[in-house]
Write a protein that binds this ligand. Structure first.
Ligand SMILES: [Zn+2]
Length: 286
């Protein structure tokens, strides 16, 4: 499932490609045909991600998209898209002057009003990619919960946008025991998790690639600071993961392999609906 950084990057891609333009909406698959037609001729004003939810303002309408496990939303120059025979798997195609965006297999694709949007946002925890968001909102839930921090991090009502890779990697980076109940955590520990997410997720958004290894994080931060990351960001279409950096993680999908920090054998277990990877030897902080 795409994590929040992917949806934030997609919002920027949509604004770059289609922002300020009159949109033509179609549903080659047919399932969204009537609503797609209601978008016709309206200007795409804004696209915003909140956690894993995408909201696109098109004239008086709000398009709400959640990609779920298998959805994709690709933004490409029209010149690269076959206009005559759109694939029958495309739920929604938005066409502007020079770009088009194609949505396939979403969990949610709906036109909603502002009231509904506010209700959806109210159910979500703070998003580390939103600089205005307040980590204390998450802490209010975490410090009262018997659930493990490894499970709480996957709960979108606690913190929005974090998925399995960031969950596993951040807990390892901070040497935290994933099974510590929220109510036994020190507030400073939560602050550390939030700050690490705020460090890592913008890099994921900029490079379309989750970066958690410190050498890669350092290099990516240099590229953000000197402006060279921008060219990488602007090439992205949502079609594939970034490949600027070697795909390398501390623990994610490494069960049975040695911990890069202490050499112990990494473990896996289902928690919060997804497979947690962790090191039982050096993730002991609570
Ligand atoms: Zn270890």
């Amino acid at each position: 499932m795409p994590e929040g950084h992917t949806i934030h990057a997609l919002a920027r891609q949509l604004e770059r490609a289609l922002g300020g333009e009159a949109i033509t909406g179609t549903s080659p698959q047919g399932r969204f045909a009537a609503d797609a037609a209601r978008l016709d001729g309206h200007i795409l004003d804004r696209a915003e991600a909140v956690g894993k939810h995408l909201f696109v303002d098109i004239g008086p309408h709000v398009l709400h998209v959640h990609l779920g496990l298998i959805g994709t939303f690709h933004v490409k120059p029209l010149a690269r898209m076959p206009l005559r025979q759109p694939a029958p798997t495309v739920r929604l195609r938005l066409v502007g002057d020079t770009y088009a965006a194609e949505l396939r297999g979403p969990m949610i694709c709906a036109l909603i009003d502002e009231e509904r949007r506010a209700a959806i946002e109210a159910r979500l925890g703070p998003d580390p990619l939103d600089p205005r968001d307040d980590p204390d909102r998450a802490w209010a839930r975490i410090h009262r919960s018997r659930k493990a921090i490894g499970e709480l991090l996957m709960d979108q009502a606690v913190v929005a946008g974090v998925g399995n890779v960031y969950r596993c990697e951040v807990l390892h980076r901070l040497k935290l025991d994933p099974f510590t109940p929220g109510r036994e955590l020190d507030p400073a520990v939560w602050q550390g998790i939030w700050e690490d997410l705020r460090t890592l997720m913008p890099l994921g958004m900029a490079f379309s690639q989750i970066l958690t290894m410190q050498d890669q994080v350092d290099e990516a931060q240099v590229m953000m600071a000197d402006g060279s990351a921008r060219a990488v960001t602007e090439q992205q279409t949502g079609e594939r993961l970034g490949d600027c950096f070697e795909r390398r993680f501390h623990v994610y999908q490494r069960a049975g392999e040695p911990c890069r920090r202490c050499g112990a054998v990494l473990q896996e277990r289902k928690i919060g609906g997804r497979t947690l990877y962790w090191c039982p030897a050096c993730q002991t902080r609570t």
